[in-house]
Design a protein. Structure first.
Ligand SMILES: [Mg+2]
Length: 220
């Protein structure tokens, strides 16, 4: 039945609001992770960015019925407001996630997976990182592989649930790694034993989509 799931623009709008709330809750945690191996601004930067998005949402800046419009504008706010590496990466994600659903106001789960693929590819293009470089891609790529294999499965919620679990493991997998990207690279072996902050924020943000999707199914 979940394959009948349709995700409308309101779903994405609420997800963005929940992502902003999640960012406030985890601001100190993400910043602490970044203090260990970076410059200690990951949580603060994302908080500034998502506050910008929330403000615009409240102003009802996007009253079109176009999912891409909403996500692209949010991405542009993140890109312009967020410093550090995470701004351009998350900004690109949201700017590109809707590029194949221009003009649509609802998408299927399969289309949703294709959207994530576009967003994650944009992150990869921008950051030029590979699997195992100790970045958010260690979270996102294994999850995406799973989603692509299972996107047509009967139970969409279960598919996303499993993918999020894989993403969480992907974040754990960054702990023993030496960094090959970002500031943590300079630390060499001293980065070992620390979780990459972007790997943490990325699975937690994708998890917001899962939580909101579960609520959609309850409503049906
Ligand atoms: Mg930083």
């Amino acid at each position: 039945m979940n394959n009948k799931l349709l995700l409308n623009k309101e779903f994405f709008k609420i997800s963005l609001e929940k992502m902003a709330a999640l960012t406030e809750e985890n601001r100190d945690y993400w910043t602490e992770l970044d203090s260990d191996i970076g410059d200690g601004d990951h949580g603060i930067n994302l908080s500034i960015g998502f506050r910008g998005v929330t403000e615009k949402l409240q102003e009802n800046y996007d009253n079109s019925n176009d999912i891409n419009d909403l996500l692209k504008k949010s991405g542009m706010i993140l890109l312009s407001k967020v410093g550090g590496a995470s701004g351009p990466l998350y900004g690109s994600f949201f700017m590109k996630i809707g590029k194949d659903v221009v003009g649509k106001n609802e998408v299927t789960f399969v289309e949703f997976v294709d959207m994530l693929k576009n967003g994650i590819e944009a992150i990869q293009m921008r950051g030029k990182a590979e699997l195992g470089d100790k970045t958010m891609l260690d979270t996102l790529l294994p999850g995406l592989d799973y989603l692509e294999l299972h996107k047509e499965d009967e139970d969409s919620i279960k598919v996303l649930e499993d993918a999020v679990a894989i993403m969480k493991q992907g974040s754990d997998s960054t702990i023993p790694l030496v960094a090959k990207k970002g500031r943590a690279m300079r630390l060499g072996e001293r980065a070992i034993g620390h979780r990459d902050p972007g790997s943490a924020s990325s699975w937690m943000l994708i998890n917001v989509f899962l939580e909101e999707m579960k609520k959609q199914v309850e409503k049906v």
